[in-house]
Design a binder for this molecule. Structure first.
Ligand code: ADP
Length: 227
């Protein structure tokens, strides 16, 4: 089976206020294209840092990240951004929508960056898919948390990513919205073969994936297959 992400001997040490803090140590795993995966573990165990390294948002201290057979460590920041734009969707824990752009414009950003035509029509279609066709002209501050999360999902889907990373995609949502969001993610996996890597505290969501990676104290302590 095709490997879409390969992480080898990965570690990350942050330098802050003259101190160094190692938050990930010797992490090894690979992710199969088209699979669904959960990363679970206590708060502060390094999950968000790990996801950022996998997606090329940040650089590791040692080890390698290969995304679609491209070694991200060898690339400049601009080149990593290009790889992300081509292959990766990222759903941030706090949504990270641009406050001065409308919902529609936020979804259009990655499409415009890729130089696609008909960005507006495609963004409208995506907003419709997440049930927000009538919210396109609203600014993030005019939307509820659940609506903002759905805009961020539409944006993450927009470049038809091979790999979708999501940091607590249901963390800020009520049960009903959470169910909708989870369905959107798994439909994308089923319909487009998008590989999912989700950080979650939600054990029900983790149980829906094919594999659970457990992180504790910056180390991968278990790698379990779900039935
Ligand atoms: P989790 O997602 O599991 O809650 P994080 O990856 O967010 O864990 O954080 C792991 C550790 O790294 C925490 O101790 C956090 O304070 C620290 N950390 C995260 N980002 C930075 C940063 N930019 N600079 C310094 N320390 C950081």
């Amino acid at each position: 089976m095709e490997t879409i992400l390969n992480i080898s001997d990965l570690s990350k040490t942050y330098q802050s206020a003259g101190r160094s803090l190692t938050v990930l140590e010797q992490i090894n795993f690979s992710i199969t294209a088209g699979s669904t995966n959960a990363i679970v573990g206590p708060s502060g165990s390094g999950k968000t840092t790990l996801l950022g390294l996998c997606a090329g948002l940040d650089r590791s201290s040692t080890g390698t990240v290969e995304l679609n057979n491209i070694n991200l460590g060898r690339l400049s920041e601009d080149q990593r951004a290009q790889v992300r734009n081509q292959y990766v969707g990222f759903i941030f824990q706090n949504f990270q929508l641009l406050p001065t752009l409308t919902a529609l414009e936020n979804v259009m950003v990655p499409l415009e960056l890729r130089g696609e035509k008909n960005c507006k029509a495609r963004a409208t279609e995506l907003l419709d898919k997440v049930g927000l066709a009538d919210r396109g002209h609203h600014y993030p501050a005019q939307l509820s948390g659940g609506e903002q999360q759905r805009v961020s999902i539409a944006r993450a889907f927009s470049n038809r990513p091979k790999l979708l990373f999501a940091d607590e995609p249901t963390g800020n949502l009520d049960a009903e919205t959470s169910e909708k969001v989870v369905k959107l993610l798994f439909d994308l996996n089923k319909d487009a073969g998008t590989t999912l890597v989700l950080i979650t505290h939600d054990l029900e969501l983790a149980a829906k994936t094919q594999r659970i990676l457990r992180i504790k104290g910056g180390r991968l302590i278990a790698d379990e297959k779900n039935n």
